[in-house]
Design a binder for this molecule. Structure first.
Ligand SMILES: Cc1ncc(COP(=O)(O)O)c(C=O)c1O
Length: 423
């Protein structure tokens, strides 16, 4: 094995010859040629791609439904790749740097991001491990701290794979419904903890922070109360923080492991949602100080799962893609406001509570009397694909989840189609 490899980007006189291609993203020919709405549009990645360009994508969002359906369902973003990410991947491809992943670069970039963005310097690289993606990371964490058949508490309505993966790995989901304000209901959580620990045995709480689908960003006080309650019942907490980088400018994201009492918690983090890298598989599992021994038992083969290119992409995103992220966050803030206005105008019966987290909007459509699955009516009659609330567990019936990470034009068209479906 050669030890001669030099970095691709170096200003030294011994720098390698320029790479065969520059790494500039190849989307320029795909941009929307429609007039810009504001002089700032060119900076906002959510405004850059035309519908034609998006329809050429082969990912799940764009290929699950026929061409006449406008897809605003699965959490993919309608953005071109951030230029630093595109460059990092194309440089790696040019080098043939497509082998196995190693090292702590991803966790290091995450630690720096956590320090500068969230004011948290407790992400220790030696207490972090690369995992294939967030969901498989959750499965591995649950294997470390619970046994077959063990209860796993979730706050419903919640991201559907929480049910699927937990059940598939032979654990048992115990639901603790969110309150009417879409925040953690501590009475319901305590009841679920009591139920989960009846008869002894190990139990876990799979916390979604920020919460998908409601966009709720848990406060420091709430997370501290979670840690205290979990400690009282001997329940271990696994926090899924995949949406953490995409929180509105005026709201603080608080990492679970940063609150007092969370020392034996485990968290999963990733650049995948915020920079639209779901196809470039990688994530990081992080242990609190009192969970380090658990994470140390993670089988070595788990670290073979993430993609090396994925790790390169995620690392570049966290390190060099922060301006791009801020532009996307501003675009999502605008889209939250736009959606509220559009609904007030076209579908005033729909209840939408804009929240600070995620690029997902949770819409209570029960007043429309479309039954448990309004997404089916919006799809059949409006040709717009939204996520059916029923798949998010108890509390999801009569709701839909709408993906806001699109252009204002497509968002406007989506609401027009929804309205047409109920006219
Ligand atoms: C809360 C949450 N966790 C996990 C995932 C999936 O992450 P990954 O693709 O890294 O498994 C998503 C995707 O939308 C999500 O919303």
């Amino acid at each position: 094995m050669s030890t001669q490899r030099r970095p691709a980007h170096t200003g030294s006189p011994n720098a390698p010859a320029p790479l065969p291609f520059s790494g500039e993203p190849a989307y320029f020919g795909l941009m929307d040629s429609a007039p810009r709405e504001t002089p700032d549009d060119d900076r906002n990645p959510l405004h850059l791609l035309s519908l034609d360009a998006l329809r050429r994508r082969t990912s799940m969002k764009w290929r699950t439904y026929p061409e006449d359906v406008l897809p605003l369902w699965v959490a993919e973003m309608d953005v071109p790749l951030a230029a630093p990410v595109a460059r990092a991947i194309t440089d790696a491809v040019a080098l043939g740097d497509t082998g196995y992943p190693t090292g702590t670069a991803y966790a290091g970039a995450l630690a720096d991001f956590a320090r500068t963005r969230w004011g948290w310097d407790g992400l220790a690289v030696e207490r972090a491990a690369i995992v294939p993606d967030v969901m498989l990371g959750i499965v591995e964490m649950l294997k470390l701290i619970t046994g077959p058949g063990a209860p796993v508490v979730v706050n419903c309505p919640v991201y559907p794979p929480f049910y699927q993966f937990v059940t598939h790995m032979d654990r048992r989901v115990v639901e603790a419904p969110l309150g009417g304000d879409l925040r953690i209901d501590f009475a319901a959580l305590e009841e679920a903890f009591r139920h989960a620990t009846t008869g002894g045995g190990r139990a876990a709480y799979l916390l979604c922070s920020p919460h998908n689908p409601t966009g709720t960003v848990h406060s420091a006080e709430e997370l501290t109360a979670v840690a205290a309650l979990a400690d009282r019942y001997g329940i271990r907490v696994v926090a899924d923080e995949i949406h953490a980088p995409v929180v509105a400018h005026d709201t603080a994201f608080v990492p679970y492991l940063s609150v007092p009492g969370a020392e034996n918690g485990l968290a999963l983090m990733s650049a995948s949602k915020a920079w639209n890298l779901a196809g470039l598989k990688a994530a990081v599992a992080v242990a609190g100080p009192a969970a380090a021994d658990d994470l140390a038992r993670l089988p070595e083969e788990v670290s073979h799962g993430p993609s090396h290119l994925g790790i390169i992409a995620h690392t570049a995103a966290l390190r060099d893609g922060r301006d791009w992220l801020d532009a996307v966050r501003a675009g999502i803030d605008d889209n939250r406001r736009l959606l509220a206005e559009l609904l007030a105008d076209r579908l005033p019966q729909v209840r939408y509570r804009p929240a600070a987290g995620t690029y997902l909007a949770w819409l209570d459509c029960r007043p429309l009397n479309l039954g448990d699955d309004p997404a089916a009516a919006f799809l059949a009659r409006g040709r717009v694909a939204l996520s059916p609330g029923t798949s998010f567990g108890t509390g999801g019936a009569g709701h839909v989840r709408l993906n806001l990470a699109t252009s204002p034009g497509l968002l406007t068209e989506a609401v027009r189609r929804m309205a047409a479906a109920v006219d």
